[in-house]
Design a protein around this ligand. Structure first.
Ligand code: NDP
Length: 403
């Protein structure tokens, strides 16, 4: 029985609020706080209507540490689930340290004026959290998040040594819009338009944006063109599983999406350099975000599935072995359950499960951690219970070249 404060009332925040309310044996009191309180109120009303649970709401500017501290001292949660934007990670971690509460997020810190995401800023909080007897769990969505748990599960149950990891992420859904991003547009477009990177033989190999692509066949979906991107979990997974010789991340994009993105990029709309427009400073990408559909509004009528998993090759008992573990999630089913879409759901459910792991003491130790540093078994068990069942294939033929 614990109080939890959820910060961020977007697509993911809504799913976290629903799922915490649906598990109120663990999350006895819930507050949802965000910059725009009307969004929190709308989510709270839907949660009450669908699950009969009251959640409190509040306005907070998560860039402002004193405001966060005042809210945390008022509500007195045991932990904060941060599903606002990566820009707010450090201010929320500071506020948690000041008030003595645990912390969880789903995306690593990124400075607003530089599209560069890496764990160094948050790993630097290790000593502070340890000394305070508090825990911070980083990157507990799906990717990062479940992909780290899947990799830890593979290491624990299927390999003596893992050598090759390919994370494959497919959204084969159709939301019926000409162009929309499935999570925060600003963060999404910053991620895709930057150079790609993968880990090979102890170093990072850089690629041009979306330079490498190939069709990968996804379960119950079929082949989809998949593009090599840099994704933040590659940094922690290559550190925590040093036997990996190569680690890559692939994501599908439709041709329509890529064409829109290319045009937007060519006309300067994805730039994060401020410009002066009619005497006012604006950032083109932030303006673009303001005119695109919000991820939390895409659920109605969204059809099709996502499929995200880890394809691994390594050695077990002296023999080569391949392994594939994945989850498929159906947009339509998600809408029925929590009025959301599968990309928000596959992020919000693991965030709720991570918080559950911490609050029930299954994953609890002082310091700053990535998910793969904990026992994957209790988390894997909860995925099956809370809407993200997983499947595994032993020794499948994998669509990658190996040395
Ligand atoms: P949305 O844009 O739908 O929601 C973001 C929310 O954060 C909005 O409610 C927004 O408020 C709020 N917010 C922004 N700035 C502040 C601030 N300064 N103070 C308080 N609240 C603020 O994004 P998503 O829900 O799609 O994504 C949420 C997070 O989840 C992102 O960090 C994203 O990177 C991460 N994510 C992680 C994934 C994973 O698998 N690990 C996958 C998908 C997303 P307002 O409404 O006023 O703008």
């Amino acid at each position: 029985m614990s109080k939890v404060l959820i910060i961020g009332a977007g697509g993911v925040g809504s799913v976290v609020a629903h799922k915490c309310a649906m598990n109120n044996d663990v999350f006895s009191d819930i507050m949802l706080a965000s910059r725009t309180v009307s969004k929190c109120d709308a989510i709270a009303a839907t949660v009450k209507e669908m699950h009969g649970v009251e959640i409190q709401t509040s306005k907070v500017d998560a860039d402002n540490v004193p405001e966060l501290v005042a809210l945390i001292n008022f509500f007195k949660p045991k932990m904060v689930i941060n599903v606002a934007l990566p820009y707010q990670d450090l201010t929320i971690m500071d506020a948690c340290l000041e008030t003595g509460v645990h912390y969880l997020d789903t995306a690593n810190y990124e400075p607003i004026d530089e599209a560069k995401f890496e764990y160094s800023w948050q790993w630097a909080y290790q000593d502070k959290f340890k000394e305070a007897g508090l825990m911070a769990l980083l990157g507990c969505g799906f990717d990062p998040g479940v992909t780290g748990v899947f990799t830890a599960h593979a290491q624990k149950h299927h390999f003596d040594e893992m050598h090759y990891l390919d994370i494959v992420d497919c959204n084969a859904g159709d939301h019926g819009k000409a162009f929309a991003t499935n999570f925060n547009p600003e963060i999404n477009i910053r991620e895709i338009t930057q150079k790609g990177k993968y880990w090979e033989n102890g170093k990072w190999v850089e690629t041009e944006p979306l330079e490498f692509h190939k069709p990968i066949s996804y379960p119950e979906i079929g082949p989809k063109e998949s593009y090599l991107l840099y994704h933040e979990e590659l940094e922690s997974l290559t550190k925590n599983f040093p036997s990996l010789k190569r680690a890559r991340f692939w994501m599908t994009f439709g041709q329509e999406y890529i064409t829109h993105l290319r045009v937007l990029q060519n006309v300067g709309m994805t730039s994060i350099e401020p410009i002066i427009y009619e005497g006012q400073e604006i950032v083109p990408l932030q303006f673009l975000k303001a005119v695109l559909p919000e991820p939390g509004t895409l659920g109605e009528g969204y059809s099709g599935k996502t499929s995200i998993g880890c394809q691994i090759k390594g050695v077990k008992n002296g023999a080569d072995k391949t392994f594939y573990v994945y989850n498929n999630c159906d947009h339509g089913e998600v809408y029925k359950e929590v009025k959301g879409q599968a990309v928000s759901y596959t992020t919000g459910v693991p965030a709720m499960i991570g918080a559950m792991m911490m609050l029930t003491g299954k994953w609890m130790k002082p310091g700053v951690f990535n998910v793969e540093e904990f026992d994957p078994d209790p988390f894997m068990e909860q995925l099956n219970i809370h809407g993200l069942p997983w499947n595994e294939e032993i020794n499948p033929e994998l669509p990658h070249d190996y040395d």
